[in-house]
Design a protein around this ligand. Structure first.
Ligand code: K2U
Ligand code: ZN
Length: 169
C-alpha cells in the first residue's frame, strides 16, 4: 500500500468526469487500498479516485468514529437510483479544498447501487452523514466540487485562499 498525493484546486484534473470501471481487478483493489491509506492519513472520511489523479469511478469511505473499529467501504461505479425530495444542510469540507468549510444542501436520503470490493452488485440506502458523504464523493466523479454549489463569490474566495495556502506551504 502507498499514500498518494491528494490534488487540490485549481488542478484541472479535479474537473474531469471520471470513467466507469470495466472490471474489479486485483489492480483496482490495490488502488482502493492506496486510496484508503491516503484517506486515513489526511485524515478524511471519504475519498474519490480522481482526487489522487485517477479519473475512474471509484470511492472509498470510512464513517467509523474515533476509537471505533475501522469500517472501510468501497464503491465502484456507484449510481444513485433514488433521492428524497427532502433536503438537509451540512457543513462540508474537502481534502481537495483545504481549510474551506461551508454549508451545502443535499437530499437527506439516497438509494444507490454499486460494485463492492469483490466486484459484487449491491443496493444500499443512505441517510445522515453517509448520505452527505456519498453524494459529495459522487460529485467528485462528475468533476463537481462542493464549492461549485456555493455562490460564485464564495467559490472564487475559496480558490484564492487555497492558492495562498499552497504557496505558503
Ligand atoms: O472528498 C473529500 O475530500 C472527503 C471529505 C468527505 C466529506 C465531505 C463533506 C462531508 C462529509 C465528508 C473529507 O473527508 S472532508 C473532512 C471531513 C471529515 C469529517 C467530517 C466531514 C468532513
Ligand atoms: Zn471532496
Amino acid at each position: 500500500m502507498a499514500i498518494r498525493e491528494i490534488l487540490v484546486v485549481p488542478n484541472p484534473v479535479l474537473k474531469q468526469v471520471s470513467e466507469p470501471v470495466a472490471a474489479v481487478t486485483d489492480e483496482l483493489r490495490a488502488l482502493m487500498d492506496d486510496m484508503l491509506e491516503t484517506m486515513y492519513a489526511a485524515p478524511g472520511i471519504g475519498l474519490a479516485a480522481v482526487q489522487v489523479g485517477v479519473p475512474q469511478r471509484v470511492i472509498v469511505m470510512d464513517l467509523a468514529r474515533d476509537g471505533e473499529e475501522p469500517q472501510p467501504r468501497y464503491y465502484v461505479n456507484p449510481e444513485i437510483l433514488w433521492a428524497s425530495e427532502e433536503t438537509a444542510p451540512y457543513e462540508e469540507g474537502c481534502l481537495s479544498v483545504p481549510e474551506i468549510y461551508d454549508e451545502v444542501e443535499r437530499p437527506s436520503q439516497v438509494k444507490l447501487k454499486y460494485l463492492n470490493y469483490q466486484g459484487e452488485a449491491v443496493v444500499e440506502e443512505a441517510e445522515g452523514l453517509f448520505a452527505v458523504c456519498i453524494q459529495h464523493e459522487m460529485d467528485h466523479l462528475d468533476g463537481v466540487l462542493f464549492i461549485d454549489h456555493l455562490s460564485r463569490l464564495k467559490r472564487e474566495q475559496a480558490i484564492r485562499k487555497v492558492k495562498k495556502l499552497v504557496k505558503a506551504a
